[in-house]
Write a protein that binds this ligand. Structure first.
Ligand SMILES: Nc1ncnc2c1ncn2[C@@H]1O[C@H](COP(=O)(O)OP(=O)(O)OP(=O)(O)O)[C@@H](O)[C@H]1O
Length: 298
């Protein structure tokens, strides 16, 4: 099993701006960890510190129990926010060069390049210059660059941005496969549907600090429940003030209630029925997008 990636109390300032403040979380081996936060929250800064492109003012990055060093960083597959391939170099040539730079023999590098460009749908573009590819294909080439040396840790800054739905599916499968091999996978994204679907755990950051983390189910369960009721006369505001109802929202024939654990659904149903027939009565947990909004605006 691979070592976990541990982000341990990182702080970073740019002049007067605090970009990171006590940023702490762990990406376990075999886990896909989604890193989400508003623009400027500190995701890229954290990832750059992991890679050693930037240094932290304080705090540490560890792989297992060892502070990360240059040699360990070579095992990381990194996709930077500022895409860094040479536009005037051929896709295959460039990937082979990167693979060899990470220590692969030239035969292994060649095999891996063919495997990854084929997997990522770039097989026919292997001899094209990177700069001649469409933006989405440049993104695929960048992903191949992060994967070609068989990394034991993956750190990907917005790997899904700009990909078409087929490439999103391929990339999702690749991340799941890598996690199944025991690789800790950290990626940032603003596509919360994707994060909700793909991640074992999610960290929501605001202003350089981790504000909420856990599995998607844990986070959603912690966000209370919504009860959707269709039918009863909403003009009576029938659910106002009932025990366990945090907030009631009346829209046409629909009532949406934010409820907590003390709410008694049978009692709510009985009350609803006194205000008209009930055609729908169902609970759901909030979507990750709603939780994100809540955490960010808190
Ligand atoms: N080189 C720099 N000099 C000064 N400030 C910087 C520098 N790099 C980042 N910042 C600032 O640090 C904060 C964190 O930026 P960072 O790029 O880490 O955020 P992010 O979460 O990745 O955002 P996004 O989702 O927009 O990519 C922002 O306020 C940003 O403007």
């Amino acid at each position: 099993m691979n070592d976990p990636l541990i982000i341990d109390h990182l702080s970073k300032r740019y002049g007067n701006l605090t970009a990171l403040s006590d940023m702490t979380f762990t990406v376990n081996a075999g886990e896909i960890f989604g890193f989400v936060g508003s623009n400027g929250a500190g995701k890229s800064t954290t990832m750059r510190i992991v890679l050693g492109v930037l240094s932290a003012d304080s705090g540490r990055v560890l792989l297992g129990d060892r502070p990360i060093d240059l040699e360990m960083r070579r095992q990381i597959g990194y996709m930077p926010e500022e895409r860094g391939l040479y536009p005037k170099m051929k896709v295959g040539e460039q990937l082979r060069f990167l693979a060899e730079l990470h220590g692969l023999s030239s035969a292994d590098a060649r095999d891996n390049v063919v495997r990854w460009v084929t997997r990522l749908g770039l097989g026919e573009r292997i001899d094209d210059n990177v700069g001649d590819l469409s933006l989405g294909n440049q993104q695929r080439a960048q992903l191949a660059a992060a994967l070609v040396h068989e990394p034991t840790v993956l750190v990907l800054d917005e790997p899904f941005s700009g990909l078409d739905p087929v490439a999103v599916d391929v990339m999702s499968d690749v991340l799941k496969e890598k996690a199944a091999e025991g690789v800790p996978v950290l990626f940032s994204s603003h596509q919360l549907d994707l994060v909700q679907r793909l991640c074992d755990r999610v960290g929501i950051i605001t202003k350089g600090s981790m504000r909420a983390q856990g599995s998607v189910d844990e986070l959603r369960a912690g966000g209370g429940k919504t009860l959707h009721v269709t039918g009863p006369d909403t003009s009576t505001r029938w659910a106002d003030g009932l025990p366990g109802v945090i907030e009631a929202d009346y829209r046409g024939a629909d009532t949406h209630l934010r409820i907590d654990d003390t709410a008694d659904d049978q009692r709510l149903l009985a009350t609803a029925l006194t205000h008209g027939p009930v055609h729908r009565f169902a609970t759901s947990h909030p979507h990750l997008t709603d939780l994100f909004r809540e955490v960010v605006s808190a």
